[in-house]
Design a protein around this ligand. Sequence first.
Ligand SMILES: Cc1cc2nc3c(=O)[nH]c(=O)nc-3n(C[C@H](O)[C@H](O)[C@H](O)COP(=O)(O)O)c2cc1C
Length: 316
Amino acid sequence: MTAQLNELLKINYPIIQAPMFLVSNTAMVIEAMKSGIAGCIPALNYRTLEELRSAISELKANKVEGGAFGFNLIVNKSNIKYKSQLEVLCEEGCDFIITSLGSPEETIKQAHKVGIKVFCDVVDLKFAQKVEALGADAAIAVNNEAGGHRGGLSPEDLIKTLTQNISIPVISAGGVGCRADVDKMLSYGAAGVSVGSPFIASTEANVTEEYKQACVDYGAKDIVVTERISGTPCTVINTPYVQKVGTKATWLESILNKNKKLKKWVKMIRFSIGMRATEKAAKGVTYKTVWVAGPSIEHTEAILPTKEIIKNLISK
Ligand SMILES: Cc1cc2nc3c(=O)[nH]c(=O)nc-3n(C[C@H](O)[C@H](O)[C@H](O)COP(=O)(O)O)c2cc1C
């Protein structure tokens, strides 16, 4: 299984284990590297810069030929630690950075000085052209089947539109749960795939057994999009609690979001409240359970070690 991403990251299979807030950790990424793919962790999974530094040291010490590791940076104003996280990544080093939710300009400038590749999350052609002009090494095409903050276009539409109009590699994110899905995205012209939700139910993931088991028990038809977590629409499992509270923003949230002056602050506050609520649901079982996942959990049939999940993605 070869595509442009193999060459770009010097990995054996063109797959990135996608960054997932609260879920991803070094144990998962080390297993990903050993299996010949790349792994990525959100920098926000570390409360302090020291913890981030020590995660990088651990990954460097465990890096093997055929694997690669990177970090995800949220590059808009909601992430008050953005600049210091970028500094640590550039000082300590990693293979790649995935940027999300804002302009990657500063990240590209700083990371390229120290030889780190930068891949940018995009959901449409306009933003893809912008990141290409800024010097991104690849675009991560987040489609309408992705878990988390999904895009609006189908995998086929998005990959084809981007590959026809930009010249940097296009990595497809969303809707990949088995080998046939990987092959499909590559056949549309993707340089590789980024896979998140299928790894939630890995033995190494940092979340509760209940969250993992929910990914086994629920399927694609149980995924809904809610505006109630961070203000930005996000995919979650339609548990009884989600059904009870609904998925639309409240009238107050809608009014605040429409006010131009307040919008930025409301976004930051909602983001932080949303992060804390998601953390509670991921780390402990409460009746207010909101579990983030995408429809690709359809293929999740058991809680398995990361290496077994990767085997299912690469073997026919
Ligand atoms: C639980 C969860 C948490 C996520 N957290 C982040 C994040 O912190 N940063 C980010 O850029 N993307 C995040 N994503 C999106 C993934 O990186 C990736 O784009 C997505 O999982 C791809 O779709 P899939 O779930 O169908 O594989 C998250 C996705 C999930 C399911």
